[in-house]
Design a protein around this ligand. Structure first.
Ligand code: FAD
Length: 588
């Protein structure tokens, strides 16, 4: 496989423009599916938000059933078991369009993702036949129970214990699970426990199994219409046939499935942010102060522009990833008995990108909803108006599917692991680039040609900086780098910046859209400055004396040759287009 197509390969090699998937490449069929999902949300879900927020779980369940009837729960389930087995782009589009209401999005996401996929990938034929047809239609609702009171981020530390019964027919589970989404409505739980207190294992536990009890609903800050409760397992007898995957290998399921949750969360953030932006733009056009709509004011336009920019970046990143996944999946044959394992490995290949879009998407959404509140002014703070709920609902995204801190640690950690396993030529490339960069005179480098040439050059410089900093950090800390969290997070931020800039740049080049190009000009300059700041934030900790002087001068050289764009002018242009379109500038 070409390096740029490998997971994490975007750091090492340029991706040719025609090799990137963008939203502009959607087929008519995919657009129709997106429309179905959006209409379902608008007609069936949004009119009932008040009842759902009051935790009418029967209504939530019936809405999930309706979603199932429309095929909106079946995208990732094999046809053989009643699913639609759609491409990843389609499955992402559904996730995006169902995200206008956070509580529904979380309910749907937990069911179709972490609630269903462990069985899709690891179930035996018998388990798949028993559960998947119901999960695909919404007859059954799924949930995933990993977290415990003392094991959140540190999920390997779970205490729930499974012991084989004397007759060898059951595992007896004891323990407590915390914060389990869909508990009020779920029929099937994937529960993680340690066999004999040691071997991490997944079990399929049915709701009515004796000994399985539930805590009260948590009183949450947001996504109030979703159910979050504790599970109490008191001598729960789970038949041995309900062991999912292999004994002692459950952690692969537990953590691997989160990769899918992460990219879906990224695309969900796009859907939620577009809706918040639309609401904010509508309000800004209506609200009159000083004798004119507040939308006329430069500072409101600046907010609207930035919201659009961040959505554009995230959208470019998530659909690029979906395209990569689809391309890799197309090389597999569904008839192959090893297909589930190979499909699983394909998702794992892009774990770095999945963490990248999770972090960027969740932080983008927090920014967008925060500015939505600000555009609503005092009314943004009042529950009767929509901004308040958007603001509360967004916040969970930085916490679940691995907190953003954990994901920031995972990004360089996974890259290094792939490098040491020989799956990504990171080490030789970083060493070569670092050596070259330390003596480099950027003005002597050949400049890229064609449209956005300066931004292509900016991308090269940011990549160069990320690789050089990775090499310096690896050299300085060796194995102990795991303990250097601030350095790892700085590296993660550079990697995220590279992926964001490159995804947007490739999309703008592919589409030739003038406004996209100007948005890339805005972001490229910011990306260089952001990478520079992240490098400076850790360099004095890593090196000192003459080395520090040399490294600082190197960073300065890489970041100096760029002219600031006319951000006021471009922001006004973006905002005006957004106001005209009453929402996101590139909405289809
Ligand atoms: C509404 C909601 C729904 C949820 N749904 C589910 C579900 O369906 N199934 C499920 O299994 N779980 C679910 N969770 C649990 C969720 O995944 C955890 O809350 C999350 O993983 C964080 O764990 P924790 O809450 O124990 O926080 P902690 O792990 O205690 O983290 C606290 C803080 O410390 C930081 N931190 C922790 N470890 C490190 C470290 N090594 N380095 C640096 N910083 C660190 C974290 O980033 C965080 O900022 C849900 C939670 C909520 C609130």
């Amino acid at each position: 496989m070409k390096t740029y197509k490998l997971g994490g390969g975007f750091l090492l090699e340029e991706t040719p423009v025609d090799e990137v998937f963008t939203v502009e490449d959607l087929t008519e069929e995919q657009k129709m599916l997106a429309k179905t999902a959006e209409e379902f949300m608008d007609r069936e879900v949004l009119p009932h938000v008040e009842r759902l927020e009051a935790q009418d779980f029967e209504l939530m369940r019936s809405l999930m059933k309706k979603a199932g009837e429309l095929g909106l729960l079946a995208a990732d389930v094999p046809e053989k078991y009643g699913g639609l087995e759609l491409d990843k782009v389609s499955s992402m589009l559904i996730a995006e369009k169902l995200s206008k209401y956070g509580a529904f999005s979380v309910t749907w996401g937990a069911h179709t993702g972490i609630g269903t996929l462990p069985i899709v990938f690891f179930g035996t034929e018998e388990q798949k036949g028993r559960y998947l047809p119901g999960l695909a239609t919404g007859e059954l609702i799924g949930a995933y129970a990993l977290t415990e009171p003392n094991a959140g981020s540190d999920a390997m530390n779970i205490r729930t214990k499974a012991v084989l019964s004397d007759d060898g027919k059951y595992y007896v589970l004891n323990g407590n699970k915390q914060f389990i989404t869909n508990t009020a409505i779920a029929d099937v739980f994937t529960v993680f426990a340690k066999v004999d207190g040691e071997k991490f294992t997944a079990f399929i536990v049915e709701r009515d199994t004796p000994g399985l009890d539930f805590g009260p609903e948590e009183k949450k800050m947001g996504i109030k219409g979703s159910s979050t409760r504790a599970l109490i397992l008191n001598n729960v007898k789970v038949p041995v046939e309900n062991v999912l995957g292999e004994i002692g290998k459950g952690h692969h399921i537990a953590f691997g499935i989160l990769n899918i949750g992460r990219y879906k969360l990224g695309v969900g953030a796009v859907g939620a942010a577009k809706y918040a932006l639309k609401t904010a733009v509508g309000y800004a056009k209506e609200r009159v102060q000083f004798g004119q709509p507040i939308a006329n004011f430069g500072l409101i336009k600046e907010k609207i522009a930035r919201m659009n920019l961040l959505i554009f970046l995230t959208e470019s990143m998530v659909y690029r990833l979906a395209g990569l996944l689809d391309e890799a999946m197309r090389s597999l044959s569904p008839g192959d008995p090893d297909y589930p394992k190979k499909a699983w490995d394909t998702v794992a290949e892009y774990a770095v990108e999945s963490s990248v879009v999770k972090v960027f998407g969740s932080e983008m959404l927090d920014y967008v909803v925060d500015e939505t509140v600000q555009i609503f002014g005092g009314y943004g703070y009042i529950a009767e108006y929509p901004a308040e709920m958007f603001y509360r609902d967004s916040r969970i995204n930085r916490i679940f599917e691995g907190t953003n801190e954990i994901n920031r640690l995972l990004i360089p950690g996974m890259l290094m692991r792939r490098a040491t396993k020989g799956k990504l030529p990171l080490i030789p490339v970083a060493a070569r680039v670092a050596k070259e960069t330390l003596t480099l005179i950027p003005s002597t480098l050949p400049r890229p040609e064609g449209p956005l040439s300066e931004q292509k050059f900016a991308l090269q410089m940011v990549k160069r900086m990320a690789l050089t900093m990775a090499a310096v950090a690896a050299d300085r800390f060796k194995e102990d780098i795991r303990e250097e969290q601030e350095v790892l997070a700085a590296l993660a931020d550079m990697v995220i910046t590279v992926y964001a800039l490159e995804s947007a740049l490739l999309r703008a080049l592919k589409s030739g859209d003038g406004l996209m190009e100007r948005m890339v000009e805005l972001f490229a300059y910011e990306a260089v400055k952001h990478a520079e700041w992240r490098a400076y934030s850790v360099l004095p900790y890593m090196v000192e004396g003459d080395d520090l002087k040399a490294m600082t001068s190197m960073v300065r050289k890489l970041t100096r040759p760029f002219t600031p764009p006319n951000s006021v002018g471009v922001n006004r242009e973006i905002a005006e287009r957004s106001l005209e379109r009453e929402g996101y500038v590139f909405e289809g």
